[in-house]
Design a protein around this ligand. Sequence first.
Ligand code: NOJ
Ligand code: CA
Length: 788
Amino acid sequence: MKKSVFIAILMLFAAWQTAFAQEKLQSPDGKLELQFELNDGTPYYMLNRDGKPVVLPSKMGFTLEWRDDLEHAFVLKDVERSTFDEVWEPVWGEESHIRNHYNEMLVTLEQPVGSVESMDHSTEKKATVMQIRFRLYDDGLGFRYEFPMENALVYFWIKEELTEFAMTGDHTAWWIPGDLDTQEYNYTESRLSQIRELFDKSHEGGGWPWTAFSKTGVQTALQMKTDDGLYINIHEAATLDYPTMHLELLETENSELKNSTLDNYSKLSTLNSKLVFRAFLCPDATGYKGRLQAPCHTPWRTVMVCEKATDVLASRLILNLNDPCAIEDVSWIHPVKYMGVWWEMISGKSAWSYTNDFPSVKLGETDYEHATPHGFHGANNANVRRYIDFAAENGFDALLIEGWNIGWEDWYAKQKDFVFDFITPYPDFDLPALNQYAHEKGIRLIMHHESSASTQNYERWMEKAYTLMNEYGYDAVKGGYVGTIIPFGEGHYSQPINNHYHYAIVEAAKHHIMVNSHEAVRPTGLCRTWPNMIGNESAMGTEFRGRIKPGHTTILPFTRLQGGPMDYTPGIFVTDMEQIVSWDKGDKMRHTICNQLGLYVTFYSPLQMAADFPEHYEQFMDAFQFIKDVAVDWDTTVYLEAEPGAYIVTARKPKVSTLNKAADGVGELADGKKGVISGAARYVYAIPDDVETCHGASLPEQPRDVWYIGGITDENAREVKIKLDFLEKGKTYDAIIYADGKDASGLPDEGYNPQSYTITKKKVTSKTVLKMKMAPCGGFAVSIRERK
Ligand code: NOJ
Ligand code: CA
């Protein structure tokens, strides 16, 4: 062969290689395989499991303002591979140790000088560099885009992120509609192809304000199940300084992909996906979807793939993709079991506001001191004391009080900037005295900051508000973002507003304050980095009462809870709202008392509420005992059975080191009662009720081996068999079993009987198999303690 022909062939081969360069990455167990290629200069990825596609070839990239897009003319410059394996300990969580084990591939792509055009003539001519970092775990994939400093791209504005997730079939999905302002929706279970026809209906009974962007838009985490029984979940991790990603189903064939080298591609061409999700980033007020400055990276885009539903619940993919803890001293962060002056206002029995005197209020001008109280203000001294007494008597850590501060007369839907100052109490709420009263009983008060979505007003007052909290010994705040975001034009999940939520967390950490935000963006595992983020609502919670569909709480752990815990506010024992306010006829919540008990175990949160009134619990003290006994932070979790939309059964073993941490913290306050024993510590240490207090380490006995089991079901009654083989062999345990009564039902029209339950005691060992029956919308709870 002539030398020149040989060189020409070599060059052609090199050009082909650049055009269709393919790289592969395997998960540690070898089951998942990620394939990446540049197809005619455009990046594509594909995900296989056991040789079968889970995500078909899917495009990657961006369109940008003022310059050529990041979707073509790329050449592959470099590929780096590595492996990572560590075990880390979360400050709180579903287990005390988490393994983070993945294989990584970092591909560096370049648009060479001259291959694309930039409007920024001031920049020195350099290549445009975009890297894609893939991490492949046994249970899924994470990837993100990175933009190093050495780059023609330094400041750039995103028009669209082009990341696609091409599905292999018309999977079953559990979805809520894509929305720029709310996530407070019931889930719709349907085939992907039905999203369009069901979209309008999916808004029924949901939150406000709702701002849809497409009739095929859905939110993440999106849980799907293939006809082969594989569970696929698309979400994102570590969303910081970037808009939230929703998904839009394109219902179109991906025709741009030519002669792909991705394995299986030729075999797949007949089933080339017509069900392609594309990333939809929540725009800011000017329509842009992210303003970036190199060096920077996007959040992780995640595709979880599991054979069993219980494996989805056990996955720590989202947490693992977040950075380690950024707070050096975490000694002030602790789990919290709390009650609240809250359900009164939600149910309409009392009000957040204080007076009806004023058609409008202006902070600093309105004279509350001389106003006539309307008589229904929930956060009044006497009522708060009543709750403190009950919470203290029953081993709780804290009490939330809403409506304590001036401004609630016109907080809602007024689009009012200066809506609250977060520091001035109503005349009948004696903040210093109530805190002292609470501390003397071993209870902390939880602060409430409803911002009415005026993020700029909250930032105005934040430092003063957090300082006031420090002054009076509050160490946790519940935030809220109800309504239209101010600055106007922003949605709840745009880059600037996501930055606000994060700012609130970081500033709170400086003040040693734990945060539980409602209506803020749904979490993406940031609580690993900022464990003072102990809760979020960011989904439809108990406040929706009878509008919540049966089975809702069996879906949330697959979706919303993947990103972090939820303040679902469970524990409602009186479910017929008419029994609280006579005008609320027909509003009946669809759950039994035992379903609510089961939630304390199936639904993970280090901040767990008992949301009902003291006087309601007083009617059912024997069932309430489980809420008193249950822990909220865990050493070990075993997911026994689960199916989204149907049922979940979970067993958990408490983390002993944090059982009494909240109570011990109160004891360190100057006015705090020392040696208080939390309900869960009392149960785990088997401390009798007549032992009032104990001091620090000198708890009367060694902790027992304790487990709690919870089960919940949708509208279908079920029976489950639970093998207690997770108990220690050779030990004997006492179990207390809280079960739906034979005639129990949480279905309003069919023999509604939500308060029927039985409590039985039983000796159990690791050989015992418990048969548990759940009523429609029912559940069960079991506490198990080693016998001595
Ligand atoms: C909505 C929250 O979800 C709820 O818990 C709170 O009580 C109200 N906003 C008032 O802030
Ligand atoms: Ca809410």
